[in-house]
Design a binder for this molecule. Structure first.
Ligand code: PLP
Length: 463
């Protein structure tokens, strides 16, 4: 019996997990009673429960398994690297072939002059490092007052202290986020824009809000604006037409840096290696990425910065104290290189561009259902928002746990989606086939109908 078997022998996975393991973003008061699905294995676009159930993976692990699960080629690349060199320090001028090769690969693929790469351990550490290096940059540049960061409601930039503070203010109700230099603008969601405004008018409102915030803080005090190209965990919020070019234009006007958090959108999810330029037409100063960088096979992240930033950071003088034990981990870099090779060889970006619109098209009619307020997203990044009252766009109370109810009905029918309060998010592997898209759309429709019946039986008003 190996160590894992020995530890699970008494209670099995589910009960052992409840006794000792704390999950991310969990209501700990229901640890004992919350439903658990034990995932035992995964292959291609499917995951398998310990109890033998098979699910289509509608969430791509967690927005990350872009090339699908269980690829032998990835296992081989990882095992080969472990045998050759699993780990050695990246500090003190030591390096390794996978780290150097991956830095070159990212520099080649990133837009504009984004040619310098700082590896991290994931998305949170990428955004966190980006903000630290920006502060360092402005100090080196002789503009130390530029320390204020502008972010947005509904943002998600991670779960370190700093990146959680940069995220939506709702994440901050039970602790003390850093607020002295972090400022939030409105989320650019069209569904909940002010009543009676057109998309173009809404865009004007958002741009004016940004300019007003800069004026309030003093442009000489603002360091950067950080934005996901499409807000992911905040509810797949697609900004109005022209949003990113307009916002970066304002940044340029005031000497403010633009950080694109592409942790979700990079490596194919929107049909391009990076969405900033190829989808939204902008060249940011910094791109952060993680998730799809290795398709989740091993954790890794990166900050890709412009030559202009690097030039300032590399001026003689003090040096920038940053880095992690696992910066540029050899196995993670080997996994990322193989992952990129697969994305390229299988023309995965091209297929997302081809099949993505079909995904949008198949999900759109769900909006006719009484519980559905909005269906939104682009290509392989989609979301359904549920409302109690469609006309007034009124949400269900938290106690109804509407997203979770529909998630449960989807699971019964063999589909995993992500329940996020009043939303279900879909971010499947990019290898999804058309008939699997049909399956997702059909199961969601049935699950929403089952849930509506369930609410009626419980006397909860909806529709
Ligand atoms: N940035 C964005 C846009 C994300 O969606 C996430 C995670 O979902 C993060 C950062 C944090 O990444 P990680 O969980 O790898 O630290």
């Amino acid at each position: 019996m190996n160590l894992a078997e020995r530890n699970l022998d008494n209670f099995g996975v589910d009960a052992t997990d409840r006794r000792h393991n704390i999950h991310p973003f969990t209501d700990l008061s229901v640890m004992e009673t919350a439903e658990r699905t034990v995932i035992a294995s995964a292959r291609g676009n499917y995951v398998h429960g310990e109890d033998g159930r098979k699910f289509l993976d509608g969430l791509g692990g967690m927005w990350c398994v872009n090339i699908g699960h269980g690829r032998d080629e990835m296992a081989d690349a990882i095992a080969d690297q472990v045998r050759r060199l699993a780990y050695y320090s990246p500090f003190d001028d030591l390096t390794s072939a996978p780290m150097a090769a991956l830095a070159q690969e990212l520099a080649n693929r990133a837009p504009g002059s984004l040619n310098r790469v700082l590896f991290t351990t994931g998305g949170s550490t990428a955004a966190d490092s980006a903000i630290r290096l920006i502060h360092h940059y402005f100090i080196r540049k002789g503009e130390p007052s530029r320390r204020h960061i502008i972010t947005r409601d509904r943002a998600y930039h991670g779960s370190t202290y700093l990146t959680a503070s940069l995220s939506d203010r709702d994440y901050s109700i039970d602790w003390m986020p850093e607020t002295s230099f972090i400022h939030h603008l409105s989320a650019p969601g069209l569904y909940r824009r002010p009543e009676g405004t057109s998309e173009a008018e809404f865009m004007d409102i958002l741009a004016a809000e940004f300019e007003a915030k800069i004026a309030e803080l003093g442009p000489e005090n603002v360091a950067c604006f950080i934005a996901e190209p499409i807000q992911g965990s905040g509810g797949v919020i697609v900004p109005p037409e022209g949003y990113h070019p307009r916002m970066i234009g304002i940044c340029r006007k005031y000497g403010i840096l633009y950080v694109a958090d592409e942790v979700v959108t990079a490596f194919g999810r929107l049909g391009h290696f990076f969405a900033s330029q190829d989808y939204f037409g902008i060249v940011p100063d910094i791109i952060t990425c993680a998730k799809g960088l290795t398709s989740g096979y091993i954790p890794a992240g990166a900050v890709i910065m412009s030559d202009e930033i690097y030039e300032v950071l590399s001026r003689p003088g003090t040096y920038f104290n940053t880095g992690f034990t696992y910066t540029g981990h050899a196995v993670a870099c080997a996994a990322a290189l193989k992952n990129i090779e697969i994305i390229e060889r299988e023309r995965i970006c091209e297929r997302v561009r081809e099949i993505g619109p079909y995904f949008e098209e198949r999900l759109a009619p769900l909006a006719d259902l009484p519980l559905v307020g909005d269906v939104r997203g682009r290509r392989f990044m989609m979301c359904v928002e549920y409302v109690q009252n469609k006309e007034r766009k009124e949400l269900f109370g938290d106690d109804v746990r509407i997203g979770k109810r529909i998630w449960r009905h989807c699971q019964k029918r063999g589909l995993l989606v992500r329940p996020l309060a009043h939303l279900n998010v879909l971010s499947p592997p990019l290898t999804l086939e058309r008939d699997e898209i049909d399956f997702i759309a059909d199961v969601l429709r049935d699950a929403i109908r089952d849930t509506a019946d369930e609410l009626t039986r419980e006397g909860i008003k909806a529709g």
